[in-house]
Design a protein around this ligand. Structure first.
Ligand SMILES: C[S@@+](CC[C@H](N)C(=O)[O-])C[C@H]1O[C@@H](n2cnc3c(N)ncnc32)[C@H](O)[C@@H]1O
Length: 259
């Protein structure tokens, strides 16, 4: 069996697709690369890179497969309940505007969940939700605001009827919620971060990065937050020494910028 030349492939992907594969945990990523390479019918990574180069379909399959897009509305419901509580009792008291960034937002379920929560309350707040992801295909889906029933499993009946219109087994999100979210392509490893943010929601993506990359991302996120702003992480992404980034734990998976 030939050994796969991952060094060559990582360099090729960086040069041709502008993605830094070396930022991700190697074992997990290489397993995925091998699987998707074989699915494309290639035996070596040199062969696979030629296929990616010459065929948009193969390129799309590669990008889809390495960016794991699993998500759902109100994922870990208790965290969204906590966001609602903090919005009402903390953020809206401290600030008269809130700029929220949903980083690595996948198909939009996360930023739209935040938008629905904000919309439930008539707060005297200027608000903006920016939602970003590295994967343009899923961003295109996010922008449509159209979902299948199984994607809505955590959405309450009340929210479903208030914020979605059913159309031939598809659920179409209300324009007022869609209009609250601005989607953009953004790479957490290579691109710079927006500044003066009040809330960053970055969930279920840092687990895929190497430790030093994750630490750099948390530091840059802390730098992007205004004092008193909040960082929400995923339910397996505890920050063990938040003070190293100028953050303080508020409750499980929620950190406040203190310095
Ligand atoms: C498992 S999903 C998480 C979605 C959502 N945040 C949630 O918790 O439900 C991970 C997302 O991270 C995105 N992603 C992976 N690498 C990225 C990078 N370098 N920069 C930005 N987004 C990235 C993927 O495209 C994918 O949509």
């Amino acid at each position: 069996m030939t050994t796969l030349n991952y060094d060559y492939f990582y360099d090729w992907v960086h040069l041709n697709l502008n993605i830094r594969l070396d930022a991700y945990k190697e074992k997990q990523l290489n397993r995925r690369i091998q699987t998707v390479m074989r699915q494309a019918g290639a035996n070596t990574l040199e062969e696979y890179s030629s296929l990616i180069h010459g065929d948009e379909g193969v390129k799309k399959q590669f990008l889809d497969y390495i960016t794991i897009n699993v998500t759902e509305f109100f994922r870990n419901k208790d965290l969204f309940e906590k966001f609602e509580e903090l919005l009402l009792n903390d953020l809206s008291k401290k600030f008269n505007e809130i700029k929220i960034w949903s980083a690595a937002c996948s198909i939009g379920a996360e930023p739209y969940s935040l938008a629905m929560i904000i919309n439930r309350h008539s707060l005297p707040l200027k608000r903006k939700i920016i939602a970003t992801d590295i994967d343009e295909t899923i961003l295109a889906k996010a922008k449509t605001g159209i979902y299948k029933e199984n994607e809505l499993k955590n959405v309450s009946l009340l929210d479903r009827t208030t914020f979605f219109k059913e159309d031939n087994k598809r659920f179409v999100l209300d324009e007022k919620i869609k209009g609250m979210v601005e989607f953009k392509k953004h790479d957490l490893v290579l691109d710079s971060f927006e500044q003066n943010l009040h809330v960053i929601v970055c969930r279920n993506v840092t687990i895929y990065f190497k430790n030093e990359v994750k630490e750099d991302i948390y530091q840059r996120m802390s730098d992007s937050l205004v004092k008193g702003g909040l960082l929400f992480t995923g339910a397996t992404e505890t920050i063990y020494q938040p003070e190293q980034y100028g953050l303080k734990k508020v409750s499980s998976f929620i950190y406040e910028k203190v310095l």
